[in-house]
Structure formats: C-alpha cells, structure tokens
Design a protein around this ligand. Structure first.
Ligand SMILES: Nc1ncnc2c1ncn2[C@@H]1O[C@H](COP(=O)(O)OP(=O)(O)O)[C@@H](O)[C@H]1O
Ligand SMILES: [Mg+2]
Length: 380
C-alpha cells in the first residue's frame, strides 16, 4: 500500500487550462499519495526535474522541481499577476479584449528549491525558431555565432553592422510559419495569432513595469493548443538585467520574428492597442499595484544581490536604499515617466499612447538589440 503523506501547505491545482474554470490558486487542498517513477531532467541552466505526483483525488499533477533557485520572487510575481488579471477583467475594454496573463502555481519549499506547476503543451520560442531555421538550412552553429559576435568593447557602429549584415540576413522571420503549421485551419490559426498578440502585449507591459529581464527564447514559451505566449523564470526582476556584463537595453522582448508573426500590420493594430489598454489599466490602478509591490521589494526574505559591508547596520541601510530605488522607478513608470538606463535621466510624463510608443520603439531599436548579449538571441 502506498503511504499517504500530507503536505498541508502544498497547493496542487487542477491543471485543466482548457476549462474557463481553471483556478491556479484553489482554496481546497489535495495531498500527495505517491510520486511517479519516471523523471525528466531538463537541459536548462539549473537542470530542473519534471516529476509527476499522484494526488489524493486520483489525478496526476505534473510539477517542475527546481533546484538552486529561490522561487519566492516567482511566487510573489504570480500573486502580482493574479491581481493584474483581476484589474484587467474589471475594466470593460481589457475584458472585451480578453487581456490576461497565464498563471501557474509556484510553491517555494526553501531558499533554494521549490515546485512549479507544469503547464502542458508549451514549446520554447527558441526551440520553435531553431527547428524552423534548421529545416530551411540556415541555422548558425554555436561556433559560427561565437566567431561572428562582437565583444563588449567593440564600438556601436561595428555591433550595428554585424547585427544587420550578418545576423539578421541569416535569420529571416519564420515564426509565422509555426502558427500556420500548428493551427492549420483558418479559424484556429486566427484565434491562436490573436491570443499570441494579446498575451505578448500584456506581459510586455507588466514586465516593463516590474523591470523584468532575461526574456531569452527559453523563458518565453508558446502554447501549441491556443497560441498564448507564456512567460516563465521570473528571477531577473527590478532591472537587474541592466547590471549584467552585457547590460539589457530593451524594456521587453520584441524581436523581428515576434513582430512578423503578428501579421502584415506588425506592432500596429492589435498589439499596440492591447499594450496601451494594459498600460492604462496598470496606470489607473497604480496605487493598488504599488501597495503590492512595496512590501515585495522590502521583503527581507527575497534575496537581493549581497552588498559587502563592514557592519550589518550598513548593509541593511544599503539594501533599503536599493529597495527604495526599485519602488521609485516602478512608481515613475506607472506615471508615464521613462527612466533612461544610461544616465538615469527622466522624461516628461507621457500619455499612455506616448509611453506605449516610446517602449515599442525602444524594444525594436536596432541600436538596442545589437548591444544585447548574443545568447539572448536579439536577432531571433
Ligand atoms: N511552468 C512551466 N510549465 C511548463 N514548462 C516550464 C514551466 N516553467 C519552465 N518550463 C520549462 O522548463 C525550462 C526551464 O525552466 P526555467 O524556470 O527557465 O529554469 P532555468 O532557471 O534552469 O532556466 C523552461 O525553459 C521551459 O521550457
Ligand atoms: Mg530559464
């Protein structure tokens, strides 16, 4: 007989996303009665394990066990996204446009490991693109990419030239092809493309407000059943990406493939409208969002980059200064003020449309993209 283990705090939700009733934060508890023997080890950085729990309700629950990662930020971010979804569903325009973020449960177990609900039918953006380029025979090997890449010290003109004359011509847009193949009939293709545009727009705006980085092609996944873009791995928050060796320069990922897959209008039309609609809801509800974000950034449980200091008092003060800075930046963005990462100068408060326009331009700027870390795939 399989022994019954009761995990009081472990929330194992019903992973049926096809149902409108899917609730990633249910208030009933299912406990674990067993673990399936088959485990898949994923290839990404932390080598997470995909495991299946047998629940006391007779159902199977696929989870990702993530080692060497503090999931408390991911957990808090999911709570934040849940509130954003509620705000989006309250406003008539965003509700009509069905703007929302895909949620999944995150259960931090301690400071360095936790469980993430496995969302079925997802495929990584990079994997999709890589597969298509391979079929077309225009895939660049890691060695070729390394040889062609610039160093951080190269001048902007050289970076721009290599990006536009080597990387972009080798990678013509192909993502639209994936939509055509995955959704072969006209109606499902149209719905999938619309869902992709909307979900990309919402997460772009929410990610920008929170300074979410590390949006490489393995942290943005596509749902092969409904077309949604689903973001994972929320460790790089509050503009941490700007401190990397290759500082991140774009407010969100909006690479040439992502734009071309939106159709002949590109970012015009549905994408721009959905971005502006989301931003308007976020800005209108700035006070509510700040009340969620403020304790989040001050939370001593959420690890910030360690500051080497001689006294504990000093460290606490510096951590507080840093937290204060994060809160201030989020507040400014919610007022339509753009903070330039290079010299920290501030723009005048922009209208929702003006802010949306400025962000889309920054995200698509060749000068920004050519200075991104090549492993991020700015050319994809
Ligand atoms: N909730 C999820 N549902 C389905 N697949 C996921 C989920 N979270 C992550 N993945 C897959 O697992 C991979 C690794 O997860 P990630 O959190 O990015 O780990 P790492 O820190 O190792 O990069 C992702 O690239 C994605 O393909
Ligand atoms: Mg990742």
């Amino acid at each position: 007989m399989i022994p019954t283990y009761k995990f009081k705090k472990l929330v194992l939700p019903n992973p049926d996303f096809s149902s409108e009733k899917h609730n990633p934060f249910p208030n009933h508890y299912v406990h674990i009665v067993g673990v399936e023997e088959e485990v898949t080890i994923l290839r990404s950085l932390q080598k997470p394990r995909k495991i299946t729990f047998k629940g006391s309700d007779g159902k199977s629950y696929i989870q990702m066990l993530k080692p060497k990662d503090d999931l408390r930020k991911d957990f808090r971010l999911m709570e934040f996204n849940d509130i954003v979804n509620q705000l989006l569903s309250r406003e008539s325009e965003s509700r009509q446009r069905r703007l929302c973020i895909r949620l999944y449960s995150v259960s931090p177990l301690n400071e360095e490991c936790g469980l993430i609900e496995w969302v079925p039918n997802l495929v990584g953006l990079r994997l999709v693109l890589h597969g298509l380029y391979k079929q077309k025979g225009s895939v660049m090997s890691t060695k070729e990419i390394k040889e062609a890449s610039c160093t951080t010290r190269d001048p902007l003109a050289k970076k721009r030239e290599i990006f536009t004359k080597v990387f972009l011509p080798k990678h013509p847009p192909v993502l639209g092809e994936w939509f055509k193949r995955t959704f072969p009939d006209a109606q499902s293709w149209f719905f999938a493309r619309t869902a992709y545009i909307r979900t990309t727009a919402v997460m772009s705006m929410v990610g920008y407000i929170l300074g979410l980085g590390d949006r490489h092609g393995e942290n943005i996944l596509l749902d092969s059943v409904c077309g949604d873009a689903v973001h994972v791995d929320f460790n790089c928050l509050f503009n941490k990406g700007e401190t990397f060796e290759w500082p991140e320069r774009v407010p969100f990922r909006l690479t040439q493939n992502m734009v071309a897959a939106m159709g002949p209008l590109g970012v015009e039309g549905l994408f721009r409208k959905s971005c502006a609609c989301t931003l308007r809801v976020l800005r209108t509800n700035a006070n509510t969002l700040m009340s969620i974000v403020t304790p989040f950034v001050y939370d001593p449980l959420v690890s910030w980059p360690r500051i080497v200091s001689s006294s504990i008092h000093n460290t606490a003060e510096k951590t507080n200064d840093q937290a204060l800075d994060h809160v201030k930046n989020i507040q400014l963005r919610l007022q339509g003020i753009i903070v330039k990462s290079r010299d920290r100068s501030l723009s005048i408060p922009l209208s929702v449309e003006g802010q949306t326009n400025s962000l889309i331009k920054e995200a698509m700027s060749i000068d920004n993209l050519c200075q991104m870390y090549i492993g991020w795939g700015p050319y994809l």
